[in-house]
Write a protein that binds this ligand. Structure first.
Ligand SMILES: Cc1cc2nc3c(=O)[nH]c(=O)nc-3n(C[C@H](O)[C@H](O)[C@H](O)COP(=O)(O)O)c2cc1C
Length: 489
């Protein structure tokens, strides 16, 4: 416990990469750390979306991924930033905020709540700057988080219309037990081009005893690393957070002086390739760094690229791209041959494995369920029995199949009941070592053989094949238990 207290991230005297939607993904955060940022915030992630994510260790990229039901990686992080990354969420609900914070807490250094973003995607549903007019909600969210997670909790606010209101809010926030407050020195209605109100930040820093992180100085105050200290002084805060100055050139964090943005873009792209960053996100960040050069020949090439490989060509980094892909492939091979991720695990009385039913891996009209049914008949067992449940949050399905009084289930949730049943059948077949009908699999003599016979005998077998389908259809009729409460997410 003492060790965990000692290793808690400190927010005093730090320079941070501010949270920025689309900009604050893993490559930018790692680059900011390389150049000297002490703390890096991720982009704001909305609690409702995060609550649906599954935490997955990615052995190939050596990252931890939080993956949405549609397989999109919502948040990717890695060991290198573990003690430095702050997870910022958009929330208006204490319980949901806690669910998400607990989902990510062991992979991040702190949890932050966005209370300053005036954009519609954030304010709708009462999140972001909308929270500023609901201090009771602010208090409830922060108290719940402080009590429920082991990592420091912080929040990022904008200033309120009067100094008194601002000070009374931050005093209330301080009492919730948060570790720091980031203050963007602009009113909710002000745009990024308006001057920052350093006098408000200064007054906040004097009013509370927790660290205050000054923000809002990118446009007129911070052009280079030397200016950071000036901004710190002007705002009277021990810490500073940079958004746009870092987005335009993250080497602003470097004490060695600003690097040419061309070099910085190359370094950024290398991280994007290494961590398989979404190419549209990669393009977006590069375009922010290109700024007024976005219509240059390089800018146009970046804009028309569709993949990280094509973006690499624009920067002459094809060799780096190829070598990185080779390294990743080697790791993929090692992971697949070494540890067997498909080793079954007992969950109560159910044998589980993380498998998905990929339709393209099976010939048309052949499914694992058919194989399991045929095998059960051959073994004179009762017909496999499928029980399916549906999860409330995302309406995904999970099926358990009972064969010879043993239960089998995939730990992965599927988009349809049919797919969930196929996944359960695959688990059963793999555990029992029975062929499942995949393309390229050795001929098992089960369904394939009967299909062949059907072709040879024509109508003679039609009756039998109809029966099989009837049996399967009957299985499809198993009811779904809806809106199951699931542990964790
Ligand atoms: C592209 C972009 C995305 C942003 N996204 C977020 C966000 O996700 N969460 C947040 O609290 N603020 C967000 N902001 C606001 C910044 O964190 C910061 O408060 C603001 O830009 C002022 O700081 P600056 O003068 O250093 O740019 C964003 C700003 C920009 C430019």
């Amino acid at each position: 416990f003492i060790l965990s207290l000692l290793s808690r991230l400190s927010f005093s005297n730090i320079t941070a990469l501010a949270p920025m939607v689309r900009v604050g993904t893993l490559p930018m955060r790692l680059l900011a750390l390389d150049y000297g940022a002490d703390v890096v915030y991720c982009e704001e992630l909305i609690d409702i979306k995060m609550a649906l994510c599954q935490r997955q260790v990615n052995d190939v990229l050596q990252t931890v991924d939080f993956v949405a039901p549609d397989d999109r990686v919502m948040f990717r992080t890695c060991e290198r930033e573990k003690d430095r990354v702050v997870f910022q969420m958009g929330t208006a609900d204490p319980e949901r905020a806690l669910t998400v914070a607990q989902l990510v807490e062991k992979d991040v250094a702190a949890i932050d709540v966005n209370m300053g973003c005036p954009k519609e995607y954030s304010t709708k549903g009462g999140m972001g700057a909308a929270l500023l007019s609901d201090p009771d909600k602010i208090e409830a969210i922060l108290r719940t988080l402080v009590a429920g997670v082991s990592k420091p909790v912080t929040c990022k606010i904008r200033i309120l219309p009067s100094l008194e209101e601002t000070l009374s809010l931050v005093r209330r926030i301080e009492k919730t037990g948060v570790a720091a407050i980031a203050v963007h020195g602009r009113f909710k209605e002000e745009r990024p081009r308006h001057p920052v109100h350093c006098d408000y930040i200064q007054a906040v820093a004097q009013a509370v005893s927790i660290p205050v992180i000054a923000n809002g100085g990118s446009l007129d105050l911070v052009k280079s690393n030397g200016d950071i200290q000036e901004f710190r002084k002007a705002a009277g805060a021990s810490s500073v957070m940079l958004a746009r100055a870092a987005m335009w050139n993250p080497s602003v964090f470097s004490g060695q002086g600003l690097l040419p943005v061309e070099r910085v873009m190359e370094e950024y792209l290398k991280y994007a390739i290494r961590y398989d960053n979404n190419p549209f996100n990669t393009k977006y960040c590069l375009c922010q760094m290109l700024r007024d050069k976005v219509e240059s020949p390089l800018g146009k090439q970046v804009q028309s690229a569709q993949t990280n490989a094509e973006i690499s060509e624009a920067y002459g980094l094809q060799d780096f791209y190829r070598q990185t892909q080779e390294q990743l492939q080697a790791r993929r091979d090692a992971v697949q041959s070494g540890s067997r991720p498909d080793r079954p695990v007992l969950d109560g009385d159910v044998v589980t494995m993380p498998v998905r039913f990929e339709r393209r891996e099976y010939p048309p009209q052949i499914t694992p369920k058919m194989f399991l049914l045929e095998w059960s008949r051959k073994e004179k067992l009762e017909q496999p029995l499928y029980e399916t449940v549906q999860r409330c949050q995302d309406r995904a399905f999970q099926s358990t199949v009972t064969v010879a009084e043993r239960k089998y289930r995939s730990t992965l949730w599927e988009k349809s009941k049919k797919f969930a049943e196929q996944a359960a059948a695959i688990v059963c077949l793999r555990v029992l070592g029975i062929p499942e009908g995949r393309i390229g699999e050795e001929d098992s003599g089960l369904v394939c053989k009967r299909k062949r016979e059907a072709k040879l005998n024509g109508a003679a077998d039609e009756e039998g094949s109809k029966k099989r389908h009837v049996a399967e259809d009957q299985q499809e009729e198993e009811p779904v238990q809806r809106c199951q409460r699931t542990a964790g997410v």
